[in-house]
Design a binder for this molecule. Structure first.
Ligand code: FAD
Length: 310
């Protein structure tokens, strides 16, 4: 079914993003994780997309199987730039055939070293071109979501231009927007107010990524060019070598963010799970969105054969 239908009532909801693992074992583990995490009642799950190899096939497979086996709605990401039109048309047909009715329409990143769009490689330049194509070709069959950037998409950031682009994507047929992750709640709320003033009326789901480890978080903040409040850096610095303490603090940050967003009237939250379960589950538990189960932490030591008792 289409996820935008479920957005019509006033209930609070959450969704989980996953990415296709590289190994068969990783895929099996992810299915187990999705099965467990579906018990946390997400409105939908997302699976990211990458052209090349079998990655995009796996994205569709994960979406279709999760819908059939676990009964959860799946939102399939799809990028369009620098890709042959036939491949995109084919992937959309396959999604339709397999009952995947939700597409997150994206431009995708330009290939390394290429600063400009190359029309000889593919017809779609921007995400809005894919939104238009999907609406024109499939009418209302798909719910179309699009990406939004509270702190701007490209460097240098031009937030006003990006809001105009978001509006253009809405006018082309997008049903909802999912944001890039962020940690500056005040900044997000100001940006959201600007979007509403600019006529963006579709639901906007804030992207929440519980911090998992120091080095990865620092890298990601630089890569995505997101501003992190100084208070967060100050709390992270003394615990940066203690992964468990970082994860626990990451949960605390996410809980605090969601509470503030909820108080400001936001009622849907999109989790960047990075294919991990515990932090997202703990955040939902601490918010009282799901019942708490006893938290089994990993053992501080690894049992070895020699230490095993008969
Ligand atoms: P667009 O909306 O097309 O915007 C990109 C830039 O192009 C804009 O900042 C603007 O500079 C310019 N632009 C757009 N439209 C116009 C116009 N009409 N006129 C002039 N300029 C214009 N990447 C992946 O490869 N796979 C994924 O699964 C994936 N999932 C994502 C999920 C989310 C929620 C987000 C936020 C990002 C995701 N990305 C993913 C990254 C995304 O592909 C990149 O950020 C990409 O560079 C921009 O994609 P977009 O859809 O936002 O592009």
């Amino acid at each position: 079914d289409k996820i935008n239908k479920a957005l019509e009532d006033d209930r609070c909801f959450w969704s989980f993003e996953f990415f296709p693992p590289k190994t068969q074992q990783g895929v099996m583990n992810l299915y187990d994780r999705i099965e467990r995490m579906c018990k946390l009642g997400p409105l939908f799950i997302d699976v990211t997309w990458r052209w090349g190899g079998k990655s995009s096939d796996l994205t569709l497979e994960l979406c279709a199987n999760s819908q059939t086996i676990y009964g959860v709605e799946a939102n399939m990401h799809m990028t369009c730039t620098n890709t042959n039109f036939g491949l995109i048309a084919d992937a959309l047909e396959k999604a339709k055939d397999q009952g995947v009715q939700n597409i997150l329409a994206l431009r995708g990143d330009l290939p390394d070293g290429r600063a400009e769009f190359d029309p000889s490689v593919g017809e779609f330049r921007y995400a809005v071109d894919l939104v238009r194509y999907v609406r024109r070709t499939y009418g209302d069959f798909f719910c179309i979501s699009v990406a939004a950037y509270p702190e701007g998409c490209m460097a240098p950031a031009d937030v006003d231009r990006d809001i105009a682009i978001l509006k253009e994507k809405q006018d082309a047929g997008a049903d909802l927007a999912v944001t890039q992750l962020f940690y500056d709640v005040d900044g997000f709320l100001e940006w959201m107010a600007k979007c509403r003033q600019a006529g963006v009326t579709m639901p906007i789901l804030p992207g929440i990524m519980p911090i998992q480890n120091y080095a990865g978080f620092k890298r990601m903040a630089e890569l995505c060019r997101i501003s992190v409040p100084q208070e967060i850096w100050d709390r992270l610095e003394p615990i940066k070598d203690d992964d468990q303490a970082i994860k626990d603090y990451g949960i605390e940050v996410a809980v605090g963010m969601i509470q503030r967003l909820q108080a400001a009237g936001v009622r849907g939250f999109h989790f960047y799970t990075v294919n991990l379960e515990r932090s997202t589950r703990m955040v939902l538990e601490q918010l009282g969105f799901v019942p708490a189960v006893s938290d089994v932490r990993p053992l501080p030591w690894k049992p070895s054969l020699s230490s095993k008792r008969a």
